[in-house]
Every structure is written in C-alpha cells, then in structure tokens.
Design a protein around this ligand. Structure first.
Ligand SMILES: C[S@@+](CC[C@H](N)C(=O)[O-])C[C@H]1O[C@@H](n2cnc3c(N)ncnc32)[C@H](O)[C@@H]1O
Length: 264
C-alpha cells in the first residue's frame, strides 16, 4: 500500500486525505461495512468541496463514488447510506429514491430503508402557499439510511462475534430510529452525524473485528464508533482540516471517554 496520502494510522484506524473517486489506497473486496453520509448538494459551506452542483452533475458524482465503494466491498459486504429523503433547495427532487436507483444500477442489492427521525422541526422555514391549496410546501423532518449489500445478505466472513444486546436488537430492527442530530458547533464540522448513527449500524450489521469504511469521513464520527466497538476503521476525506479534526476526535475518544457508547 502506498502511504503518500495516508494522513493518520494506528493499529485500528487509517485516514486517507484524498478524493474518494481517485484513491488507490483500498483493495478490492477488503471492506465488510461502509457507513457514510455523502455531501447532500444543498450548498453547505465545506472547506474543500463545492456543494452546489447541478442535479445531474450531483447524480454523476454519486455514481462515481458509489461505484468505487462497490468494488471495495466483500461479496457479503454492506452499505449503510445516510441520505436525504427529499431535496427542496434549488428545486424539488426525490434524491433518496434517485440515489437508491443509481446504486441498484451499479449492482448493489437492496435490503431495506431505515427512517431516521431527527426530531428537528425547527428547520421549517417555508410553508409555500400559507393555508391555501395553491402551492403548499410539504417536508418530512427525516433522513434515510438505505441498507444495501453487494451480493449475499447472509454474512459468511468475519469473526461471527456480534455485540448487539437483546434490547438493542429488538429496538433497532424496527426501522424507525429516533435520535437527535449532532451539533455542528460542538463538533466543528458543518454536517456531522451523531455517534448513535454509526454505532447502531456497526452493531447491527458487522461482527467484532470487521473493517468499516467511511469514504466521506468528515469529523471522523464513523471511525470513533468503529474504534470504540472493536472494529477496524478506514476514513477518506478530501479536506486536510477535517482529517485533523477526525484524528483529534479519535484520539480523544480512545483516551478513555467510552461511556457514551455503552449499551442502551
Ligand atoms: C456530510 S459530510 C460527512 C460528515 C461525517 N459523517 C461526520 O460525522 O462528520 C461529507 C464530507 O465529505 C467530504 N468530501 C466531499 N467531497 C469529497 C470527495 N470527493 N472525497 C472525499 N471526501 C469528500 C467533505 O469535505 C465532508 O467533510
């Protein structure tokens, strides 16, 4: 493995400072589980990524990185794809459905969709035509976690050791997940997801010791969850400042602060 794009590495975790579409750092068939939240193309002010492409360019960007990830998965590997249901900024789009279709065209098989109820209704700013049927504006305050896999849903590789508790399993197999989003200010990144999201996906869909990849690692939330749960983690991030943040969060978390990942 060449190390020129390697930003950070320890026994469990590697972070590559690179564009996911161009990296040559990951071997085909090396990944058990991918958990990621790609840029949503809603004009978020990232340091190094322009988040306001045309919708068709955004679909091509999505096709490119989803294709790379497909090659990196094992045959029984899985993808938990955190994306919006709908996009409203710059015109209504069925972005969740469109990205799911692209993934299926690439070859992913569809398992199910988890609805993440963020409970954040304060984002509502537009009503359309107020109290009139002329052009009302409807928005669901949820995001999706689309669960896809490469070839075979039943896992045959790995340690066969699961660490999900009975209560967690019973609660999380109900695909309506309710927990709050993460504070951008607290984390220092414009679009972090909460630790709860990768924690649930890791415990539900991987064995202890598996390798988990986040190709848009941002502030490193997936890597923190992976390291705390005894999985190997690989992160890819185009922005060096966010790589630095991910490294810091990871080292802070591994320095003993593990209580927020305990069983429910
Ligand atoms: C929605 S954020 C991910 C946030 C992450 N889940 C967290 O908890 O912090 C998307 C990230 O993808 C990064 N990014 C954008 N384009 C990229 C590319 N082509 N390759 C790798 N990373 C990219 C952005 O810099 C941003 O940090």
């Amino acid at each position: 493995m060449s190390t020129n794009k390697l930003y950070f590495q320890n026994d469990l975790v590697s972070i590559f400072n690179e564009d996911v579409r161009k990296t040559t750092q990951i071997d085909a068939g090396a990944i058990d589980l991918i958990i990621t939240s790609p840029p949503y193309n809603v004009d978020i002010q990232y340091n190094s990524h322009k988040d306001d492409d045309s919708y068709s360019d955004y679909m091509e960007f999505s096709r490119a990185w989803l294709g790379r990830c497909f090659d990196w998965l094992r045959n029984d590997g899985r993808l938990c794809l955190n994306i919006p249901l709908d996009k409203n900024k710059g015109g209504q789009q069925s972005v969740g459905a469109d990205l799911t279709c692209i993934a299926k065209e690439i070859g992913y098989k569809y398992h199910s969709t988890i609805i993440w109820n963020e409970g954040n209704i304060s984002r509502r700013t537009a009503w359309g035509s107020w109290m009139s049927a002329s052009a009302p504006f409807v928005i669901a305050p949820v995001e999706l976690i689309v669960v896809l896999y490469k070839e075979i849903w039943k896992k045959s590789s790995g340690s066969k050791v699961s660490d999900v508790s009975r209560d967690e399993f019973m609660n999380w197999t109900n695909g309506l997940w309710t927990f709050n989003g993460e504070s951008k200010k607290k984390i220092g990144h414009p679009a972090p997801f909460p630790l709860e999201l990768p924690k649930r996906c890791i415990k539900m869909f991987s064995y202890v010791g598996d390798t988990v990849l986040d190709p848009f690692v941002g502030s490193g939330t997936t890597l923190v969850a992976a390291a705390m749960l005894g999985r190997k983690g690989i992160g890819i991030e185009v922005d060096k400042g966010y790589c630095r943040l991910a490294e810091k969060r990871l080292l802070d978390a591994m320095g003993g602060k593990t209580s927020d990942l305990g069983q429910e």
